[in-house]
Write a protein that binds this ligand. Structure first.
Ligand SMILES: Cc1cc2nc3c(=O)[nH]c(=O)nc-3n(C[C@H](O)[C@H](O)[C@H](O)COP(=O)(O)O)c2cc1C
Length: 315
């Protein structure tokens, strides 16, 4: 998730049981132009779960070139503690700036181009011995995902993640897991890799609906921002599905998160970027506004940590 799944957050997700994590979306064009900020998005640091790097773009040759650069590590600023676990192609982003360039979910309007991108990236991935995957939505404004998924599988997708909303729906209304079943059914008679269900998964129960519909995996987006414990609950059916972490666990997660970000990005930037991220972990708790206020005023790591340590939610 752009702006969220940086190394520090991916490490947290891995520590709670995520099998792998996907990077923030990386512009293929910017990468091939040697953009330093883009290289930072592709950084893989120690202690992370396997990291799949996600690219976006509209030109098959540029997408293939970007995949090659990422997999060979042959670009300025490359820093890998472990090699990328695969390349994922973004065909789901609904943001105007992206779709107006024919990128992200706009590719669902042009299945031929999408298939050429898929095939070109798959070819590069194959040479490097890693899987090529793709993520898309139900369609632009109506459901075409069953046919689109077949097309992508035939073009070489080894895994497909389906966000069960159309582009027109952006992030609301609720995702429709029954659509994942229709896509899983459409893939049944061809040699397709796993279908990964995505959209509004916040519990074991909501994940199970996707699995019952034929998805072999599930992908968690927004719910993980405040509740990375969800990964642990998904893996441990003996834990109550509605379990919430203790105050001590939440505080220690916030503190280790900020320490991690500061280690990576320096104190000034690390504290600044951690303020809004920490807010997700305490969201909904009584009195969280008071802590958010203090965190927003914290400049040093020490101020940040003492605000967290001193905080007591209202009874
Ligand atoms: C702020 C934000 C950034 C996102 N960035 C990406 C991205 O870079 N790549 C991607 O595949 N999906 C991205 N997504 C979509 C999510 O991965 C996910 O598909 C979507 O939020 C639905 O799943 P959820 O209900 O579990 O959040 C983003 C979503 C949000 C809200």
């Amino acid at each position: 998730m752009a702006g969220f799944t940086d190394a520090a957050f991916r490490r947290i997700c891995g520590s709670f049981g995520a099998d792998y994590a996907v990077s923030e979306m990386i512009s293929a064009v910017a990468l091939t132009r040697d953009d330093a900020k883009t290289a930072e998005l592709a950084k893989i640091t120690p202690g992370e779960p396997p990291v799949v790097l996600q690219i976006f773009g509209r030109d098959p040759a540029v997408m293939a070139r970007a995949a090659e650069l990422l997999l060979s590590g042959d670009y300025r600023g490359c820093s890998y503690a472990a090699p990328p676990a695969g390349i994922d192609i973004n065909m789901g982003c609904p943001v105007r700036k992206i779709v107006s360039n024919g990128e992200g979910s706009a590719l669902m309007l042009d299945p031929d181009r999408a298939a050429r991108i898929m095939a070109a990236v798959r070819e590069v991935c194959e040479r490097h011995g890693v899987p090529a995957s793709v993520k898309f939505r139900l369609g632009w404004d109506s459901e075409i995902s069953p046919a689109f998924a077949r097309r992508m599988a035939e073009a070489g997708a080894q895994k497909i993640t389906l966000h069960c909303r159309t582009r027109a729906q952006m992030y609301a209304p609720s995702a429709d897991p029954s659509a994942a079943k229709r896509t899983a059914d459409a893939l049944r008679d061809i040699a397709a890799g796993p279908l990964v269900g995505n959209g509004d998964i916040t519990s074991r129960r909501t994940a199970q609906v996707y699995l019952d519909g034929g998805c072999r995996e599930v992908a968690i987006g927004r719910a993980a921002l405040g509740d990375p414990w969800l990964f642990r609950r998904l893996k441990h059916p003996e834990e109550p599905d509605d379990a919430r972490p203790s105050l001590g666990e939440i505080k220690s997660l916030v503190l280790s998160f900020v320490a991690d970000v500061v280690r990576e990005k320096g104190e000034e930037r690390g504290v600044r970027e951690s303020r809004s991220r920490a807010a997700y972990f305490i969201k909904g708790m009584r009195g969280s506004a008071a802590l958010r206020d203090r965190l927003n005023r914290a400049v040093t790591m020490e101020q940040f940590a003492s605000a967290v340590e001193a905080w007591e939610p209202e009874p």
